[in-house]
Design a binder for this molecule. Sequence first.
Ligand SMILES: Cc1ncc(COP(=O)(O)O)c(C=O)c1O
Length: 435
Amino acid sequence: MAYDSSLSAQLYERALEVLPGGVSRNTVLRKPYPLYADFASGCRVTDVEGVERIDFANNMASLIHGHAHPAIVEAVSEQLKAGTAFTLATEVEIRFAEHLVGRNDGFDKVRFVNSGTEAIMGSLKAARAYTGRYKIAKVEGAYHGLYDYAEISQTADPSNWGSEANPAAVPVAYGTPPGVLVDVVVIPFNDPERAIAILDEHKGELACVLLDLMPHRVGLNPATSQYVSALRDWTGADGSLLVLDEVITFRSEYGGAQEWYDVSPDLTALGKAIGGGFPVGAIAGRADVMDVMNPLADTVLFPHSGTFSANPITMTAGLAAMEMFDRHAVDRVNSLARRAMVGIEEAIKEAGASASVTGGGSMFRVHMKDTAPTNYREAFVTPDESRRLHLLLDHLFDAGFLMINTCAATTSTAMGEEEVDALVEAMAEGFARIR
Ligand SMILES: Cc1ncc(COP(=O)(O)O)c(C=O)c1O
């Protein structure tokens, strides 16, 4: 690495000695080195060089109130003094479960875990335990965390993704057991005919169909109601479950993005925003399905535990954050995101840029494509698009904005129209520069 006297460069040199690639999560990697956060407040983060930026990344869509919200800081500080984790239950986990159950009629019961990955893994295992089947179906390209089964096809590329009518089950990690590839059925997004034709080949075999209603890596488009209904009807008739991954999209409406549709899933995996800034996951759903985890049953179909599950720090922060994320707050962050999308579309038009924007709720994503992609294959980033996307991301970064590394963004209650308009203006400059 060329010599660079910045504090971040020095920290990264140390990090390279002790962390693979110098990072603990690949999403923070930037070239030539990641930046290191010093402190943050509201929608602004200051790095160790003293540079302040407006945060549209919100820790990968997980912060709905920005950073260090006073009410969350106060509630958590009180709980810190009273203890952080016990081999005992706490009242706050009941209060938080009551709150979440009150947000969505389909949530009869809730089980807390520590990450979205764990929520997805637990949901798939619950579906298997309930149905007595072990295969699952998932959407090509959709990211659901690290569980072997849930990550299949997430990084498929033109060299291995197979035909559109029959997408291949492509592993992500080397060493994925070959049996996993046989037990995961991959379906295309927002293509009910092709998806149902594939599922029909597996009647009676699937524990569940796993669906993110607005999958980020698949292009960040809301699922069509025809698609969601087709999957709901098919799973209902088949005796398999519909599991929704609302780890990101729960922030889209008071009861999650599922409010956009006239269907109710059997299980919903939650995470990110519901932790109020702390690690979290949850499985919520129908009482009879959730009961596979019931330790009081004669036969416990899915024994489930976790040392830090429902720890009172996360529960306290999550409850405080979600209580403040009422319908009014949800509408406000959503309208800020809509304003950003409209502004970015205009900026693209004005600059004549080869770009487009997709999104819904409080999240949006910029693509370096003339036409907005509608599925994973269309959203797949070509080398030239990647080059231009990185130029845009670097420009936004230098202009004082933090984005998710796919050029996606989320709004938070800590920002207002001023911050959104500033981002749109910086985007417009970026589009004018990048050809
Ligand atoms: C849709 C979706 N599901 C699951 C996960 C996994 O969540 P976690 O990173 O908390 O394990 C993510 C994380 O980005 C996600 O975006």
